[in-house]
Design a protein around this ligand. Structure first.
Ligand code: FES
Ligand code: FES
Length: 288
């Protein structure tokens, strides 16, 4: 039964009004069913009795409505009561305003001074303040890897860290991987291996793969490395899948992503010229 009582902030008064309305409707139904045309106020002049129909089908329909109303009242009352008793979370939390301050960031070799609050994430600082939209926001909670950037060469989820914590770090985003107009080997490999479809996860995948190759060359082991005391001679598909597992691709381009990383590792990436690369630039520039 829908309750259309005015909800003044959905506080206790509104909740109580809902319960009273349900009860009053129940009482009306109950009176109508019980009297069955024999009550003293069953008068043809009484407006609410105009539709009194004592036929069996009408009676059973009303009994059904009465049961449904009672069930709805019994089920909703504790919930409504609980809502009425629980103060809204924001009521007791004073939202302190934090004045913006100047945060100096080194992004892709360029110095930025951003006027931001200390609680702004690195991801939001990059996109909303520095205007670098290449880094993508997916989940915003460290689960998808779309926001991956490099901080001093290490891959990090920029949605999980504050911009103010990275003053003095060298931040590299997807926009900073190419140099002098030449795409990086990982970027070229992604094009050659057709390792993306919509392209939304691709900046994070490429940043992650770039750091992965550096980590592997530095001898870092993964959980699938058989002997962690010795670096495996080759990056196997299993190693790449494990090391890239923090980057989700909803288009499911995983087979091609692994092939792209492997081709960089093997040194079989092309020069970065030709129509294929031009198409890539056009395609990725469509993804905001
Ligand atoms: S947006 Fe950062 S991990 Fe998903
Ligand atoms: S290419 Fe679409 S989400 Fe990965």
């Amino acid at each position: 039964m829908a309750c259309h009582a005015p909800a003044a902030g959905f506080g206790f008064d509104a909740a109580q009004a809902c319960i009273e309305l349900i009860r009053s409707k129940q009482n009306i139904m109950s009176r109508n069913i019980d009297c069955q045309g024999s009550c003293s106020h069953h008068d043809a002049n009484t407006p609410h009795h105009d539709d009194h129909d004592a036929s069996p089908s009408s009676t059973s329909r009303r009994r059904f409505l009465q049961s449904a109303a009672a069930a709805a009242a019994a089920g909703s009352a504790p919930y409504v009561h609980a809502q009425a008793q629980t103060p809204p979370a924001h009521a007791s939390v004073a939202r302190a305003t934090v004045p913006p301050r100047a945060v100096k960031l080194d992004i892709n070799g360029r110095a930025y001074t951003l006027q931001i609050e200390p609680r702004v994430t690195l991801l939001d600082a990059l996109r909303e303040y520095a205007g670098l939209m290449g880094t993508k926001k997916g989940c915003g909670r460290g689960q998808c890897g779309a926001c991956t950037v490099l901080a001093n060469g290490r891959r990090i989820n920029s949605c999980l860290t504050l911009a103010v914590m990275h003053e003095g770090d060298a931040i590299t985003t997807i926009e900073g991987l190419a140099s002098n107009g030449t795409l990086s080997p990982v970027q070229r490999a992604f094009i050659e291996q057709d390792a993306f479809q919509c392209g939304y996860c691709t900046p994070g995948q490429i940043c992650s793969a770039t750091a992965l190759l550096t980590e592997f060359d530095a001898g870092a082991a993964s959980t699938v490395t058989a002997d962690v005391r010795r670096r495996p001679p080759q990056l196997t598909q299993e190693e790449i899948r494990e090391r890239m597992s923090g980057n989700i691709c909803r288009c499911g381009a995983y087979v091609n992503i692994v092939a792209a990383v492997q081709s960089v590792h093997r040194g079989t990436v092309g020069s970065g010229t030709g129509d294929t690369y031009t198409t890539f630039v056009i395609k990725t520039s469509d993804v905001a």
